[in-house]
Design a protein around this ligand. Structure first.
Ligand SMILES: Cc1cc2nc3c(=O)[nH]c(=O)nc-3n(C[C@H](O)[C@H](O)[C@H](O)COP(=O)(O)OP(=O)(O)OC[C@H]3O[C@@H](n4cnc5c(N)ncnc54)[C@H](O)[C@@H]3O)c2cc1C
Length: 738
């Protein structure tokens, strides 16, 4: 039995189903991923939900129940999702989307459970991305879940980068972990002595191996590297005490100490020897960059899952709020609708829902893009090798021509035949996908987790006092707090903003962004209800502001847009994320409509869902436009000095009362519009100074004016979405225990 229903054909009747999500997030044709989702969901809403409800989050210790959870992951195929079939897994090819979907399902119930599974992949990722083939085979085989009938415990790993203060945190270059030569016999591999202290290391209670970042403390080793340490290596492998976390308690975290002797073949990616010096093939920065580039997307999706998971419990709470009270009899509005009688309660829930949709769309788009990028990158590397281009600067130079062709292609008209020809070039494909991925990864991590955490507070607040109790269905308060960890680990917001300020100004990305703005206008012409036009106007404003700020100076003549001026660059990065999230949200709804129609889905069900999700797009694009307008206006005007009542300013910008009297004779009515008038006794209006004239920013004001008009209809969309939320059917009970 459902708690509420409607029969209107263009109204969404139920919460979006799996087939709808499969189309939106583009895995409708991937049976392997659908299976993974189902099995991860079984574990999340079964084992994980049960142990959370049983209070396992109340302990910092690694308990038998938490350990059992890891074994459940093995049996459900979650651990194996990282491996190729020949390595003990079941998914072939790139796995960014696969891992993202599994983490999304786990985080729907508990972020710590998702982290516990991801941390193992994070430990393996340096080896997967940059390890030698032998290292990759060896550690993946050990970490693969046992096959049926096989009596073996899979190895677990931990990724060890962060160090006790004052070393590695946001700044990954400040390493205190050291590597020295422990012994080096002629004609034999050297042995290394590795000293590393970790801080906040996930999986450490049970890790069999760790991948640790260290720097050389020996003239016979060059630079830094990531090295693999095992718990049976000679020396100290001290797991440290558990961190007293307030979040993600189903994962293990601690501050380990290592002082171990290991063979040099444990350096991730191997090494060469030149003139008696051991040179790692990859320094620690190169390894970490390749890893975080992909794994941060998954973290962003964990927060998206939390937001979307909160919808059903909130609806149930709101509707049932007054049931049982005198006067609230079945059939009365008070009984049926509860708090949902009130517009604000519905509107706030619509905001949470719209944010969740946008975050999921952005994150899954990023995960898919990395799946596309992986083979293209390999192809690009092969082409470069064939041409004898050996990475680094030489490669950057060689790619320059492809970048220019990619930019030219983006500017070509739709019917231009050269477009397809250029697009077929693998180097162009790489350049485009790489530029987009360089922005999407930090954008997903930054916006989904940062803004997502703020919106989780909204979700919690909608449950009143219940929201901040352990009994709250959907564990919403824990999810709110957990989201903050997602905003912090694998690099907190400043790291993502720093990266965005570089990648979002790449010529290729900006050419893509211009093309996307035009694309949104086209979408608006066929789907105005998505708010695509509002979004396009906001995109234009963002680009205008970026270009203006790149040239402008502040009141003291100092440059505004440069690396050290985070007050300018960081908010612009934030503003961009709002736009991107909205864009991918709209594209997902278009895909749902297109594919649903081509598969002859019941038009009633599809139309209602498309209408509702389009309304959420409109709500979100209006919110994004508001944020962009606020941020850009502050940056464009905020660095100008406001005029004060000095003689110079008054002469330049004000009327004298006398002068105004004379003008009034020639132009009757001018006195009524003159704002800054100095009276004969020298007095002036009581305000900060003559109004700022906004020289040079007239175009901005025009854009802002236009943007305000573009908001037309957005609140009507919100009203429609709220109406649907008040009627949509939900299951009788939550599908996991509270
Ligand atoms: C539960 C948990 C699990 C973790 N798991 C792991 C793990 O498995 N492996 C691992 O290696 N690490 C792990 N970490 C560490 C985590 O990645 C770091 O905590 C995180 O990167 C932030 O570093 P920090 O805590 O030193 O923050 P800080 O560097 O001290 O940053 C504090 C604040 O200052 C800001 N800030 C810092 N530098 C700048 C700057 N240059 N510009 C502007 N603002 C700046 C930051 O954005 C942040 O808001 C974990 C952390 C936790 C809490």
């Amino acid at each position: 039995m459902a708690t509420s229903a409607t029969t209107s054909s263009s109204t969404m009747l139920t919460l979006p189903s799996d087939p709808i999500r499969q189309i939106q997030w583009r895995f409708a044709d991937r049976y392997d991923l659908q299976m993974l989702v189902q099995s991860a969901r079984g574990v999340a809403r079964g084992t994980v939900a049960q142990i959370v409800a049983a209070g396992e989050r109340n302990s910092h210790e690694w308990t038998p129940a938490k350990n059992e959870m890891m074994e459940t992951f093995d049996r459900a195929g979650i651990t194996g999702a990282f491996m190729e079939p020949e390595e003990g897994g079941f998914i072939s090819g790139p796995k960014n989307l696969a891992l993202a979907l599994a983490a999304f399902e786990l985080a729907w119930v508990d972020g710590g459970a998702a982290t516990a599974s991801l941390a193992g992949f994070l430990a393996l990722a340096p080896i997967h991305e940059r390890g030698t083939p032998q290292q990759s085979r060896h550690y993946k085989a050990l970490s693969a879940p046992p096959q049926p009938g096989e009596d073996r415990k899979p190895w677990r790993g931990a990724f060890v980068l962060t160090e006790p203060i004052p070393y590695v945190g946001v700044d990954t270059g400040m390493l205190s972990g050291k590597v020295r030569i422990a012994g080096w016999r002629e004609d034999q591999d050297p042995w290394l002595q590795v000293e590393k202290r970790g801080r906040f290391i996930t999986n450490i209670a049970f890790a069999n191996f760790v991948t640790a970042a260290v720097t050389s403390d020996d003239p016979r080793i060059q630079g830094s590297c990531v090295v693999i340490l095992e718990d049976t290596d000679e020396g100290t492998f001290d797991r440290g005490t558990p961190t007293k976390k307030l979040v993600h308690q189903l994962s293990s975290t601690g501050d380990p100490i290592f002082n171990l002797k290991v063979p040099a073949n444990r350096i991730v990616g191997g090494y060469t020897i030149k003139d008696g010096v051991l040179i790692p093939n990859f320094n620690h920065g190169e390894v970490i960059e390749a890893v975080f580039r992909r794994t941060r997307v998954t973290v962003g999706l964990m927060t998206a899952a939390k937001l979307l998971s909160s919808i059903e419990p909130v609806i149930r709470y709101q509707r049932g709020r007054f049931r049982g009270a005198e006067g609230a009899r079945p059939g009365t509005v008070r009984y049926e609708q509860g708090i949902q009688q009130r517009e604000d309660a519905l509107h706030r829930l619509v905001d949470v829902w719209a944010t969740g949709e946008a975050a999921a769309s952005l994150g899954f788009a990023a995960a898919r893009l990395f799946d596309e990028l992986d083979p293209i990158e390999k192809q690009k590397n092969a082409i470069m090798a064939e041409r004898g281009v050996a990475g680094g600067r030489a490669e950057l130079k060689a790619m320059r021509e492809s970048e220019q062709r990619a930019i030219a292609q983006l500017k070509m008209e739709a019917g231009d035949r050269r477009r397809d020809e250029i697009a077929a070039d693998p180097l162009i494909q790489f350049v485009l996908a790489d530029a987009e991925a360089n922005v999407l990864c930090p954008a997903t991590k930054l916006w989904n987790t940062g803004n997502g955490t703020n919106m989780m507070r909204e979700a919690v607040s909608l449950m009143g006092g219940y929201g901040i109790t352990e009994d709250c269905p959907g564990f919403l308060a824990s999810k709110w707090m957990d989201a903050q960890l997602e905003a912090t680990y694998e690099g907190p917001e400043s790291v993502q903003r720093r990266q965005l300020t570089v990648t979002m100004t790449s010529e290729v990305f900006l050419a893509q962004f211009r093309a996307w703005t035009a694309e949104m206008r086209r979408v608006a012409s066929t789907h105005p209800e998505t708010g695509a036009c509002t979004l396009a106007s906001a995109m234009r404003m963002w680009l205008w502001s970026l270009e203006h700020l790149q040239k402008a100076t502040d009141a003291s003549g100092n440059k505004l847009y440069h690396g050290q001026r985070q007050g300018v660059t960081f908010p612009l990065a934030d503003a961009l994320c709002w736009l991107l999230a909205s864009r991918y949200q709209i594209l997902d709804v278009l895909e749902l409509e297109r594919r649903g129609a081509s598969e002859n889905w019941s038009s009633d069900g599809l139309a209602g869902t498309v209408q509702f999700l389009s309304d959420l797009c409109h709500v979100q694009s209006a919110r994004a436009a508001g944020e962009v307008s606020r941020i850009c206006a502050e940056l464009v005007f905020g660095y100008n000095e406001h005029p004060s009542w000095t003689d110079e300013a008054c002469t330049k910008c004000c009327f004298s009362a006398e002068e105004l009297g004379e003008l009034e004779e020639a132009m009757p009515g001018i006195s009524a519009i003159a704002v800054d008038v100095i009276q004969s006794d020298g007095s002036h209006p009581l305000k900060a100074g003559p109004c700022a004239s906004c020289n040079g920013a007239g175009d901005f004001l025009q854009l802002q004016n236009k943007l305000c008009g573009c908001l037309s209809g957005s609140r009507l969309a919100k009203d429609r979405a709220a109406e649907t939320v008040s009627k949509v059917m939900i299951p009788e009970a939550l599908d996991y225990p509270a």
